[in-house]
Write a protein that binds this ligand. Structure first.
Ligand code: FE2
Ligand code: FE2
Length: 177
């Protein structure tokens, strides 16, 4: 079942799915499951989170939700571990480089339109050299950060929830006695 962080919906049964169904099960996107991302998740799950919330926000504001969903899924399409990567001389740092790598991979594999191109290339704005050209790109700039924060704190939140549940169980058991 496909689920985004902080959502209980089965995304395969959601309208969102129609926008990405031709790319989400491709080997190249599925390979992202092999890479850790933001400490507690995989690059695939992060990309799915960004794609889904991009879609929801852009749909709400009547922006291009399809481009937002597709580019969201492809915005981190690179196949190396950030910490293990040895930078070649003259190469830019990870923050500026990985959107270019993701765009090259995405355009080699799929048909990408101008909006999707801009979303992928400038999702790290203002750390990129160029300015975003489309409003959908500003959406991913925010959504990407939001998802990164949620992914980082997710293990702590579930730990707190487990503690709360245990305390509630103890409380109920004590009251019954
Ligand atoms: Fe990124
Ligand atoms: Fe990202």
């Amino acid at each position: 079942m496909l689920k985004a962080i902080c959502s209980k919906k089965n995304l395969e049964e959601h309208l969102y799915f129609k926008t990405v169904e031709d790319i989400i099960y491709s080997n190249e996107v599925q390979q992202l499951k092999q890479f850790q991302h933001h400490v507690s998740t995989t690059r695939f799950q992060h990309s799915l989170n960004v794609s889904y919330y991009n879609y929801l926000l852009c749909k709400k504001f009547k922006f291009n939700a399809t481009a937002a969903a597709r580019a969201g899924l492809l915005h981190d399409l690179f196949y190396y571990n950030r910490k293990e990567y040895v930078r070649k001389s003259g190469e830019k740092g990870h923050i500026a480089r990985h959107p270019q790598v993701a765009l090259k991979n995405a355009t080699d594999l799929f048909k990408i339109n101008q909006i999707e191109k801009d979303i992928i290339l400038n999702h790290m704005w203002p750390f990129t050299l160029s300015m975003p050209k489309y409003k959908e790109t500003y959406v991913i700039v925010l959504v990407d950060k939001y998802c990164a924060i949620m992914e980082f704190f997710a293990p702590y939140i579930s730990k707190l929830k487990r503690k709360k549940n245990t305390l509630n169980k103890i409380k109920t058991a004590t009251l019954v006695e």
